[in-house]
Design a protein around this ligand. Sequence first.
Ligand SMILES: Nc1nc2c(ncn2[C@@H]2O[C@H](COP(=O)(O)OP(=O)(O)OP(=O)(O)O)[C@@H](O)[C@H]2O)c(=O)[nH]1
Length: 511
Amino acid sequence: MSEKSNATDKKLKQAIDARMAVEDARKYQVDTLTNFSAKLSLSCKGLDTELDNRLAKFRNALTKGVSFEHLSPLIDETIVLLKNQESVQLAQQRDLYTSVLNAGKQLQKTKGLPDDTRRTLRHLLDHDINNVHSTHDFIPLLDKLVSFYHQALNTKLTGTSSEQCDATPELAKKLLELANDLMLEDEAAEEVKYIKNNITENDKLDALLKAAINIISVVVKNITKERQSAQSFLASLNQTLEDLHHSIVSTSKHSKSMGVEFDSLNKSIESKIKNLNIQTQNATSISSLKELVDNELKSLSQDFIAKEKLEREDRETLISSFDQINSRIGSLESKLTKYKKRLNEQRFKSLLDSLTKLPNRAAFDERYNHEVHLFNVQTSDVTLAVIDVDHFKSINDRFGHTAGDITLQVIAKALLKSIRKSDFIARYGGEEFVLLMPNTTIDSAAAPLEKLRKVIKSIPFKFRDKQIEITISLGATQFKKGDTPIIAFDRADDALYEAKNTGRDRLCISK
Ligand SMILES: Nc1nc2c(ncn2[C@@H]2O[C@H](COP(=O)(O)OP(=O)(O)OP(=O)(O)O)[C@@H](O)[C@H]2O)c(=O)[nH]1
């Protein structure tokens, strides 16, 4: 090979190597640019669709190997979009700052946040939030804030579930029953009635709590009044006893001092009589004797007059102090009688249901236990019936609690009027009544119980101009040997349950 051709080959090889180096460099640059644009697309993804599209186009152009002249406008457009994005982000950042600050302040007002959470929250709002320079910086703050909200929500749900709670009909019912059992008079009775009338089964727990607190305040006020009245009774009793004591002491003092005066008068009379005796024996003439006797008799008669006066005074003083004592004892007696009467009235009232004026559950329990006991020793027939007003809740719901109360009063009156004198009826609670029929077998009780059912059904109830028929269901049983109060009651209750489940407005018997 010639020297010339060798030199040409060498040059060619150098040219090829240089070209390959240029191509490699270009490929490296294109790859770097593609990578860069891919990364940029990824971090800008979702910020702006226009920017997304533009970056996708740019990447595409790079992979297709489009010349730089073609790429340049794409780059310019992307730069404009990125600049826009910068101002959009700044605005968003400002909004985010305001809303995080507001949310945090709102959260600070929430009760029940743990102390350390409250401290961290304050630090977040006073310091951390001011060190935020990009939207991304908000992420840890938002994370904290969400966790604080979570805590606050938890505290609220567990601590003050009453506010969130739905209506609690069972509690409303219980509260009404307890309020019914309260034995109050006059003003207090009216106040409790008013509170009761505002209780409904749709009341939430906090409303029921408020009603319960109001009832408790009335009861406390009433107890204080009762206590004050008992205290003033005791004070007046005490005063009367003290007066009595004074009268007796002064009478006895007076008697003692009288005794001393009587003694000295008696002594003086005695000595004068003695003296008269001596003088009489020593007398020398009738005239001197006469004069002596005259003088001594005068003095003696003065003593007797004084003695008689003293006796009269003593008698009068004694009579007047006995009169005083008598009148004080009389007033004591009348106070005691009044108090006894009041206690009896209260005991009587405590056994009466305040709404219907029928005996209440306590009175029934007393009588019922007694009847079960008598039955077990004497074995006379006793029938027990449990009576429940049907769908009573709907009366309350449709026409209000006051209408419900009046309905119960009317039913109670009708029941009382329709039973025999020897029967015993009581309001057991709510819309439930119990009837004890001594000396009655279950077979002979069926007819009067059926009559009760019909009597109630035929009452022409009218609410808001609407004629309403109200019915009752009855469950009855007869006492059996070995029955305990609970066993017999459960049997009657089962029969009532059957009456309710088989259509209501009926009597079911459990033998
Ligand atoms: N107005 C008034 N309602 C009362 C009184 N005591 C209890 N209640 C209400 O009586 C209703 C009894 O309802 P439930 O036990 O559901 O029975 P019901 O609606 O009669 O239905 P059934 O017995 O199944 O026929 C409840 O709404 C109680 O609030 C009260 O003294 N006055």
